[in-house]
Design a binder for this molecule. Structure first.
Ligand code: HEM
Length: 452
């Protein structure tokens, strides 16, 4: 059996001594992974600094890793580099802790809970949008960031105890993510310990966030918890055998996983969506027409979200073109046989959701924004492997229903009252970040005639 395997996948040329392919990763990360996808090889090897990394191009092999070989891999580089502030929460914990905590948190994402969050989301969206003025330039990415922080904070801390945490999250997360980008491109442990300005900013942001979250946890313990929010679920949780609940550190780590998993991701998708909407007047008209017809004079409620089908198509197409978690990482914990290759234990494994979702063999004109392609969304089997913005398998996004609700609520709230327009002469470019996010997104807003 082993004799038929090809032990060494193609090695990508052009690496520099010690730095490996870092220069290409930093210069044009998504272009680099797309070029690897274009080689036609199902698995290739690149170098991250001095260490090899296996890049999986074939989408059925990616699906196999995410759903079948889950015991042979843990989360790998991106999560290891986030561990100093993320701790051991859902995003990077290993089994059996991961599944035990996921089961514990699952009720918080049940549709009855989402219906409750929708009211908070509607209020948080209105709080942003009501402050806008006709013809005014707004920094849409910042508006959306404040909205995304507010909705996760309100779900976690409905008591309002988390208001101070919201400010700390808003300011600290971008600093932490920037540090993680550097640490992934050049994963050399001793460099992370040098007292450089970047490392000092990273440590200060980590301490600030940990301190403020720790303070709120202490306050919840002191006052007793009966708010029915996610923090209460975490603090009151007991193991299935009635054993001890989560320690403060575990509660802290799970809250951090929700912040990191839930804030930047939704911010990024919504920002790109508004960039695309602003540049496509026909799409903007389609959204406005649907929102007017479906909502009429009704308030935006959980039951109406599913009826906004065109808004959902626009979000789906945005998720296809701009998946925030565009590069997922894993590390083999045992030998892994994949598509005829043998990958040794301890190897970094990477795959680009971005490249998979722009594969011309699956999506005609893959770089074109075309929400209509989701009117009749293909065969489920194809989509399972070719559309992965929320991942797949046991580590898929627990917050997906929450994310859909907040994205639809925000777009519909804006579309009811405003039309958005790009700022002439201001190109929108991706930021240097492990997530796929626009560097900034200024837009001009005009109130819609007869808007409700
Ligand atoms: C558009 C918005 C979002 C996108 C695109 C997204 C994407 C993802 C992806 C791709 C993963 C899997 C990562 C991997 O396999 O390595 C993931 C996991 C996760 N997400 Fe999201 N996410 C979004 C919103 C949210 C929200 C709103 C929350 C919470 C409020 C959240 C919490 C999490 C958590 C806790 C995990 C880890 C799940 C586990 O390992 O069991 N996400 N997300």
């Amino acid at each position: 059996m082993t004799a038929t395997l090809q032990p060494t996948p193609t090695r990508i040329p052009g690496r520099l001594p010690l730095l490996g392919h870092m220069h290409r990763l930093l210069a044009d990360p998504r272009g680099f992974f797309r070029s690897l996808h274009g080689t036609g090889d199902d698995v290739v090897v690149i170098r991250l600094g001095p260490s090899p990394a296996y890049v999986i191009n074939d989408r059925t092999l990616v699906h196999q890793i995410l759903t079948r070989d889950v015991r042979k891999l843990d989360k790998g580089l991106a999560y290891e580099k986030s561990a100093p502030f993320l701790g051991d929460g859902l995003l990077n914990s290993t089994e059996p802790t991961h599944m035990a905590h996921r089961r514990l948190m699952q009720p918080a994402f049940h549709h009855t809970q989402i219906a409750r969050y929708v009211e908070q989301m509607r209020e948080a969206a209105a709080a942003r949008v009501n402050g806008w003025h006709d013809g005014r330039r707004i920094e849409m990415d910042q508006e959306i960031h404040a909205f995304a922080v507010a909705v996760v904070c309100r779900a976690l801390f409905s008591s309002g105890l988390g208001d101070s945490v919201a400010v700390d999250v808003e300011e600290s997360l971008p600093v932490l993510l920037k540090g993680v980008t550097r640490r992934i491109a050049l994963p050399v442990g001793w460099l992370e310990k040098l007292p450089t300005p970047g490392n000092r900013r990273f440590d200060a942001a980590r301490q600030r966030l940990a301190g403020s979250l720790g303070g709120v946890i202490e306050e919840y313990r002191r006052r007793g918890v009966d708010h029915g929010d996610l923090m209460a679920i975490l603090l009151e949780a007991r193991a299935e055998d009635g054993g001890p609940g989560l320690t403060d550190q575990q509660v802290h780590d799970e809250a951090m996983a929700l912040f990191l998993g839930g804030v930047e991701t939704a911010r990024d998708v919504l920002s790109w969506a508004f960039h695309l909407i602003g540049g496509h007047p026909e799409v903007q008209r389609g959204i406005a027409a649907e929102v007017d017809a479906v909502l009429a004079d009704r308030p935006l409620g959980y039951e109406t979200l599913g009826e906004l089908k065109y808004v959902r198509q626009v979000i789906t197409e945005t998720l296809r073109l701009y998946p925030p978690a565009w590069l997922l990482t894993r590390r083999t914990v045992t030998e892994l046989e994949l598509g005829g290759h043998v990958i040794p234990p301890g190897s970094n494994v990477l795959f680009s959701v971005h490249a998979i979702q722009r594969d011309p063999a699956v999506y005609p004109e893959p770089d074109t924004f075309d929400p209509q392609r989701w009117r009749d969304p293909g065969t489920p089997a194809l989509l399972r492997t070719a559309f992965l913005p929320f991942g797949a398998g046991n580590r898929s996004c627990i917050g997906e229903p929450f994310a859909w609700a907040e994205m639809v609520v925000f777009i519909a709230t804006v579309a009811r009252r405003w039309s958005v327009h790009g700022v002439p002469g201001h190109p929108i470019r991706p930021a240097r970040s492990p997530m796929l996010q626009p560097r900034d997104l200024p837009l001009i807003v005009w109130s819609r005639p007869g808007a409700r």
